[in-house]
Design a protein around this ligand. Structure first.
Ligand code: UT7
Length: 337
């Protein structure tokens, strides 16, 4: 017989508080079109984006994260010392190592919480919520903080027609903790590495810096995206993933109140809602119009806006569906805190 005693956690987990940070610089379509030979009309028709926000120099990944996290911790009604783990989903922390999560945990005043970054692009926040929920239930933590944060403006080529009008900056955070009933459903997640090249950093760091036999480009390795295949994949396959998350949580579409898909494109949001046959009374997140695509931050920011606007109420049942580079995806049903 094993001499070890196993960890035991709370039977169930919940999102206890959500917080967001939106950078101060509002960038209307009129400011991006000249460099990409586009128009406000085209961008709005094809993506639904009217404006986005790009971070000012002081709005760093760490600064935006800490601000969003403080709001989430405050709304959860706990103190920072009660956070045992900080998970940061990002692709735009500019140091390969260490993880930005440790600096964030320190600045927040957690009691030396475990802290690490995860790289699952636009699906990162939902991956983090799944990990946090399992940690709470498995007994590894009392409370975990999940942050989705991006400064994609640092990685975007402003002359690239396929990405310059889409990507944006911001941070969203959620505190995950114990619950007396299930308030985070089972995750449905996966990846399709055959489509690895559809959204990616153009060059790796060796191509930038150079190797003994090859000179480097010496320029920022921007993000590139083959938008249309991603668009078709997301519109078709992600509705099925959303339905599977509902099924696994035992929630019928009639019990769903709120739908918060990744804010990548308004037409994808509409296509998913149509394909899932969501009734009209289900409130749908449409933060993309004002915020652009903030990747890992998009779902918590969109949910926070719905809560602040009274469109999502405490106790509502919400479906989260996230997808992006990898390709990677994750979906779960949660109760709105
Ligand atoms: O967050 C991670 C996941 N990402 C996504 O889910 C993004 C998914 N993709 C998309 O949102 C869309 O594919 C875009 C909004 C990026 C593009 O929309 P689309 O309907 O797929 O356009 P397209 O690439 O098929 O291009 C259609 C036309 C082309 O012209 P022709 O060949 O029909 O004459 C393009 O040259 O639009 C043209 N075009 C543009 N025109 C004005 C492409 N980019 C632009 C532009 N402005 N920026």
């Amino acid at each position: 017989m094993s001499p070890l005693s196993g960890a035991t956690g709370s039977q169930h987990a919940a999102i206890l508080g959500i917080g967001g940070y939106r950078p101060s610089r509002v960038i209307p379509n009129s400011e991006v079109i000249a460099a990409i030979d586009s128009s406000d009309e085209w961008i709005q028709q094809r993506s639904g984006i009217r404006q986005r926000r790009w971070a000012a120099p002081h709005e760093t990944v760490q600064m935006m994260s800490v601000d969003a996290a403080r709001k989430a911790i405050d709304r959860a009604g706990i103190s920072a010392e009660q956070i045992d783990c900080v998970i940061v989903a990002t692709v735009s922390h500019m140091l390969q190592t260490p993880a930005v999560a440790t600096a964030i945990a320190h600045e927040l005043g957690t009691n030396k919480a475990a802290a690490f970054d995860i790289s699952a692009a636009c699906a990162g926040f939902c991956h983090g919520v799944a990990l946090a929920s399992d940690m709470v239930r498995g007994g590894s933590v009392g409370h975990a903080l999940v942050i989705g944060v991006e400064r994609l403006s640092d990685l975007t080529d402003l002359h690239d027609r396929g990405t310059a009008f889409i990507f944006a900056d911001g941070a969203g955070a959620a505190v995950v903790g114990p619950s007396d009933e299930p308030r985070i459903g089972p995750v449905v997640w996966g990846s399709d590495g055959e489509q690895f090249d559809l959204i990616r950093q153009k060059e790796d760091w060796r191509d930038v810096v150079g190797t003994p036999d090859r000179p480097g480009t010496g320029t920022m390795p921007h993000l590139m995206m083959q938008g249309n295949p991603v668009f078709r994949w997301a519109s078709y396959a992600m509705a099925k993933i959303g339905q599977q998350a509902l099924d696994r949580a035992g929630v019928s579409i009639d019990d769903l109140d709120v739908f918060v898909p990744h804010q990548a494109n308004m037409r994808i949001i509409d296509a998913m809602a149509r394909s899932m046959k969501l009734p009209e009374r289900v409130r749908i997140a449409r933060d993309i119009a004002e915020q652009g695509n903030t990747s890992a931050a998009s779902i918590p920011l969109a949910l926070e806006r719905m809560i602040d606007d009274g469109e999502a109420r405490s106790g509502d049942t919400a479906l989260l569906v996230a997808f992006g580079a990898g390709l990677a995806y994750a979906a779960q049903v949660v109760t709105v805190p």
